[in-house]
Design a protein around this ligand. Structure first.
Ligand code: NAD
Length: 284
């Protein structure tokens, strides 16, 4: 369970989020989240918001942003390993950047693969269910790993990586929970969201900061190079960064005001005399 605070000069936000892989066997989501947006000037809360769906959307948006700068421009084929709650969002977001024609996929749970197929059918020309990770990633331009397991795994091994691939590793996102080993990372140009956090939570937790080429903002802002040729293997070690949550909460707040969506709840005492809080106990 994680609390993710972040602010700019106008808004303060926090998200409360979990990651419990065993939950799905009991009919509960693996990742659930709630968020609050507050006004920095007064400290008053502005919005309370369900963030399970928003987490999936902002995580997928981050994947698309990373791939825009790191994947080959001619990427058409995505492989996704782990077809749980986040999977379709990842494909939908990547599709906004690349005209995807093929998605190959693998999950240890056949029902999760069928669910994924049901949602993607019609959106993607060629959908290929695979019986192993190796088959799914073979020939892919972009590989997304979105598995949930509370341990150090090797989901995609170094020998499965091909020149020109872009890896979006999002399932390893807390201490002791990874999807790649150091030998795979050594073959890649590694990019993270925020190095201090990724050193604790990311795929680089066993490699050290020397393994990192850049934080994504450095590439987006032009301070460092993204992909430099069609052969290098790029790797975005995504753990989920609080600025992503602040951004989507600000967007939702703006949209809810614009569209008149949401309900006003009166949780904070509205006092005639703000110094008389005690009097509230005796008000009718
Ligand atoms: P989920 O439980 O709904 O789906 C995970 C899927 O992975 C399941 O279908 C499971 O069967 C499959 N899986 C587990 N081990 C596997 C293996 N060895 N090979 C193939 N498939 C395997 O979870 P979710 O909500 O889709 O989240 C996926 C992962 O992404 C979680 O680990 C979660 O913590 C992480 N996550 C990261 C971010 C981020 O910002 N980086 C955001 C949200 C979720």
């Amino acid at each position: 369970i994680e609390l993710m605070p972040c602010s700019d000069d106008k808004y303060y936000a926090f998200k409360y989020v979990n990651g419990h892989p065993k939950n799905t066997a009991e009919g509960k989501l693996c990742v659930v989240a709630l968020g609050v947006l507050a006004d920095v000037d007064s400290g008053y809360p502005l919005m309370e918001c369900e963030m399970t769906l928003l987490t999936a959307i902002r995580t997928a948006a981050t994947a698309a942003l990373g791939a825009k700068y790191l994947a080959r421009k001619d990427s058409r084929h995505v492989a996704i390993i782990g077809t749980g709650a986040q999977a379709e969002f990842q494909i939908a977001a990547l599709k906004t950047v690349f005209p995807l024609t093929k998605v190959s996929y693998y999950d240890i749970d056949a029902a999760a693969m069928r669910k994924f197929h049901g949602h993607m059918d019609g959106d993607i020309d060629v959908l290929v269910p695979c019986d192993s990770v190796a088959t799914a990633v073979q020939g892919a331009d972009i590989v997304v790993t979105a598995t949930a397991s509370k341990q150090k795994n090797i989901i995609v091994s170094a020998d499965m990586l091909e020149p020109g691939m872009h890896i979006h590793a999002m399932g390893g996102d807390c201490p002791g929970k990874t999807e790649f080993d150091a030998s795979a990372l050594q073959r890649c140009k590694v990019v993270v969201e925020y190095i201090e956090q990724s050193m604790i939570e990311g795929e680089i937790q066993d490699c050290g900061r020397e393994a990192v080429h850049a934080e994504l903002w450095e590439i987006v802002s032009g301070f460092k190079a993204g992909r430099q040729n069609d052969d290098e293997i790029t790797f975005f070690d995504s753990v989920g960064f609080a600025v992503e949550d602040l951004s989507i909460l600000k967007l939702i707040y703006q949209l809810s005001e614009q569209e008149g969506i949401g309900e006003m709840t009166y949780m904070i005492p509205d006092l005639a005399n703000p110094k008389d809080l005690y009097g509230l106990l005796f008000s009718p």
